[in-house]
Write a protein that binds this ligand. Structure first.
Ligand SMILES: [Zn+2]
Ligand SMILES: [Zn+2]
Length: 182
């Protein structure tokens, strides 16, 4: 089995966590996790039942050679992790194996996402990632419009007002140019 990145480097078995075996590339330090090995490891950690993931639209960056599954030669599909994780994870839609580049497993572990790999590829997770991106984009727009400090005040005020039983009266007061005059 050869590295999907280096192509001509053979992968060798390595235990990356107790009871979790991966095929590792000594050259680029990437790791290949089969779904069976990963799921067995999850089960050995007494996790909840593994949810099978549904198929999701492909997204392959244009400027990179497509990576092929080292086992079944299908094109690996890239998935966003969200939660400010800067990299994408490659996965084979056929055998559900996962390719992690150098350091990615360690980053996922630090963020306690290493036990969620089987969730990341579900529609639900991917939709949450998209929602998170939209929220971040809109927040940035409002911060540019109002200024960061003022926007924080506005958010706080809106939250307070929405929970107030005199919301409409407060709004009317604010919009009234002379609320203290008859
Ligand atoms: Zn490699
Ligand atoms: Zn495959």
């Amino acid at each position: 089995m050869f590295c999907p990145v280096c192509r001509n480097v053979e992968l060798s078995k390595r235990e990356i966590e107790p009871n979790l075996w991966a095929s590792a590339c000594e050259n680029c330090r990437g790791r290949w996790l089969t779904s069976i090995d990963y799921n067995n490891w999850l089960k050995s950690r007494e996790n909840l039942a593994v949810i099978p993931s549904k198929k999701i639209k492909m997204s392959i960056p244009e400027f990179e050679l497509a990576r092929l599954c080292p086992e079944c030669r299908r094109i690996l599909v890239k998935y966003k992790v969200g939660q400010n994780i800067p990299f994408l994870i490659d996965r084979c839609g056929n055998c559900a194996g996962i390719w992690l580049d150098k350091g990615e497993w360690e980053t996922l572990k630090r963020r306690n996402l290493h036990e969620d790999l089987h969730e990341i590829f579900t529609d639900y997770w991917q939709e949450e990632v998209k929602k998170g991106e939209t929220r971040a984009h809109l927040t940035k727009m409002y911060e540019e419009k109002f200024g960061k400090d003022d926007y924080a005040k506005i958010v706080k005020f809106k939250e307070w007002m929405e929970n107030h039983d005199k919301e409409d009266e407060i709004l009317a007061y604010i919009r009234d140019p002379n609320p203290l005059q008859f």
